[in-house]
Design a protein around this ligand. Structure first.
Ligand SMILES: *Cc1c(COP(=O)(O)O)cnc(C)c1O
Length: 225
């Protein structure tokens, strides 16, 4: 299937999920995760009307950034090593994986404008997942006040790989509650309106639980059938 066909199917699923919970589909930003695919496939996604692309490695983002004609909005979605910040900082609009103070320091130092960051939270507590615990996240966000180039745009999580719908929903719900807690603090540097959650396998549930950004790779740009 080409990207346009996949996009139509996914947009329909997004619309339906929004309808189920009385949300406006325009409040869900679709990010095409192009990490597995070629530059040509990423270009095809842009031609199909997608504006936002996500990559999780600096080399791959740079490669595509240089070649793609229509400049997409870039999202850095993977673990970011501090020494790589300088490679991507002037190319990305959002960093979804802020999870430690040393990384915040580096972003703040290298940026020449305000960078929209999402704080990554490991809601499920799985060892293999990066991110702060929900308890740590609030304290962490309080400490970001001293970084003028960092705007806490929202929170991000990766749910466990499971078919257990109740477990997935509870992870997404926990992130949403945490987002609401941060918003209630009314920090100017932390509007925290975004909830980046939901991938190919779980984006429908994530949207029903309030996702404002879904990061979809395989189901949207996958080069398989
Ligand atoms: C790869 C990746 C995705 C997309 O995964 P799919 O299952 O292919 O949709 C989303 N978010 C992050 C952080 C990723 O690394």
């Amino acid at each position: 299937m080409n990207v346009k066909e996949k996009l139509e199917r996914i947009q329909q699923q997004i619309n339906n999920a929004c309808l189920n919970v009385h949300r406006n589909p325009e409040d869900v930003k679709l990010i095409a995760v192009t990490k597995y695919v070629s530059v040509e496939r990423a270009q095809e996604a842009l031609n199909s009307g997608i504006h936002d692309l996500g990559e999780n490695r600096d080399e791959e983002l740079l490669k595509k950034w240089e070649v793609l004609q229509d400049k997409p909005v870039w999202h850095f979605i993977g673990t970011l090593q501090s020494r790589k910040v300088k490679n991507v900082i002037d190319k990305v609009e959002y960093i979804h994986s802020l999870d430690r103070l040393s990384l915040a320091e580096e972003i703040n130092k290298r940026a020449d404008r305000i960078i929209k960051c999402l704080v990554q939270v490991n809601v499920s507590g799985e060892e293999s997942k990066h991110g702060l615990t929900p308890e740590e996240a609030i304290e962490f966000i309080k400490k970001l006040e001293g970084f003028p180039n960092i705007n806490v745009a929202g929170l991000m999580t990766m749910a466990p790989l499971t078919d257990d719908e109740q477990l997935l929903r509870s992870c997404f719900r926990r992130l949403r509650e945490l987002r609401d807690q941060v918003q209630a603090l009314h920090y100017q540097y932390a509007p925290c309106t975004e909830l980046s959650m939901g991938m190919s396998n779980d984006f429908i549930l994530a949207i029903e639980e309030g996702a404002t950004m879904v990061r979809i790779g395989t189901a949207l740009v996958g080069e398989d059938g």
